[in-house]
Ligand binder design. Structure first.
Ligand SMILES: [Mg+2]
Length: 198
């Protein structure tokens, strides 16, 4: 028996650089977006809109703009710790899948499928079996299941429903003080040395 029976990995801002993709789309740098963004505050659309000089942008317009941009979801870059995170999942979990909220637009699901084929080398069958796009993550909560997610509210809800959760530290959640080494934080919680092969 390994440490984690079932592991659910969030995708955006845990594996894939969603913020970076949004910044590129709006022609701003991450530094410019962060200048408008209170550490620990969830939701990037407002800081990006302000950084881009588009204060009139609504949240609905923002999400629609991502879905309209051809190749947006498929084109997100893997985050620097992506490979190590996958290695950790392979080594620490009996089973793991990606659980991503995505958006209602089919381009989101299709783009995420393409991303998994490209960056994880998954074939269509693996994508079908291991990529779950569904926003109600708490419905997967069971004893022995761990959710790793940068959205604190999703992790809290998951734990309340009987699962286990780890908040993945980023600028926009309460663990932002660990954002320079988010994977190190996960390893610490799991009692694993960063980079160690178990
Ligand atoms: Mg996320």
């Amino acid at each position: 028996m390994r440490r984690i029976p079932r592991l659910l990995l969030d995708m955006d801002d845990v594996l894939a650089d969603f913020i970076g993709g949004v910044c590129d789309l709006y022609g701003v740098t991450y530094r410019q977006a962060v200048a408008e963004w209170t550490p620990g505050a969830w939701g990037l659309w407002r800081p990006v809109a302000l950084a881009a000089g588009r204060p009139e942008l609504t949240e609905g317009d923002f999400w629609a703009s991502l879905d309209r941009k051809e190749g947006f979801w498929a084109g997100l870059e893997p985050l620097p710790w992506f490979k190590e995170m996958v290695r950790l999942a392979d080594e620490e979990a009996d089973e793991w899948i990606i659980l991503s909220a995505g958006t209602w637009c089919p381009s989101s699901r299709a783009g995420k499928e393409a991303w998994c084929r490209r960056h994880l080398g998954w074939d269509r069958r693996e994508v079908h079996e291991r990529l779950c796009t569904f926003p109600q993550k708490h419905m997967f909560a069971t004893r022995g299941t761990v959710l790793v997610d940068d959205k604190e509210s999703a992790v809290v809800k998951f734990i309340i429903e009987g699962g286990n959760g780890i908040v993945f530290p980023r600028h926009h959640n309460g663990l932002h003080r660990h954002q320079a080494d988010p994977l190190g934080h996960v390893c610490e919680i799991l009692g694993r040395k960063p980079g160690a092969v178990h």
